[in-house]
Ligand binder design. Sequence first.
Ligand code: SAH
Length: 345
Amino acid sequence: MEKKDIASLPLPVLTDLLAEQHLPKYRAAQVYRWIHQKGAVTFADMTDLSKALRAQLDDNFVIFSCAIEKKLISCYDSTVKYLFRLHDGEMVESVVMQYKYGYTICVSSQVGCKMGCAFCASTLDGCVRNLEASEILGQVYAAQRDLDVRISHVVMMGMGEPLDNYDNTVRFLQMITDENGLHISSRNISVSTCGIVPKIYELAELKTGVTLSISLHAADDVRRSRLMPVNRRWQIAELLAAVRYYIKKTGRRVSFEYTLVAGENDSVQNAEELASLLSGMLCHVNLIPVNAVQETGLTPSDKTRVQTFQNTLLRRGINTTVRRTLGADINASCGQLRRTTVKQP
Ligand code: SAH
């Protein structure tokens, strides 16, 4: 019998499974806290359990954890980038950033990505597989353990499309906010999507309290379809209807990511169109000069163009910030480290 991935099991499920093995409820809570609060990566770590019980758990379950394959520390701002090795040898990236309000981790949700966005390094070789909840959680636990800090904020903006791995993403969200786990406030969590419309509606129904972040990058369908193939399936009007529904259901402000690519989507007219599109919506726009990825051939907009774009939006009453670039010397944007480390076929 294959051993079960114990770190992907929410506490009620683990409790039921252990009850089948005649173990009381408090044992499940104890094991759960070892994994999700104290960062145990083997059953042998669980020192207050009897040897017999540890052996019993070991016979039935496996704890998936992330091993540090590579670690890069930015000399500008102490941003740390990890390349983690998973149990089957696949690699994913995570980034830890320090802000005034605490530590934020950017986690991956898939090995690779199949969405095909023109500017993104994660998608260049397609999607290898989804991550289990334990593997998304494991990135947070491994980084916390390594840095010896408490991570208070999570953004799902690493490799992969979280809503293309919906069930495991939702499970991750439930488990990371669980009081028997790291108990991170849902207010401190962002889920970023390229716009998988049906899943935005599903997520709205769950009322998780997390911030939804939409990677928009263009305000008209021709341009957006060119940059993001997902737009051919769900166009901007459909996407924004889903976003409005999310806002109505959750009362939460939605965030729009807009990557500025020189000569592609960064003119004053582009900004005016964006302002018209988002006018009156409970939202915030995050402008990000595109990170140059060699294979994409796209270049970032210069400072004055970024400033003009922001001012145009602000003048139209759209809440807009420019994303501070962190870890500029360590290729901190997603997908680049894995590509240079893992040999491509
Ligand atoms: N698949 C999800 C989350 C991962 S990407 C999504 O699309 O939102 C996280 C963010 O980084 C997205 O807004 C994405 O569009 C952006 N991004 C990807 N490559 C980038 C690059 N080279 N420069 C700037 N932003 C990039």
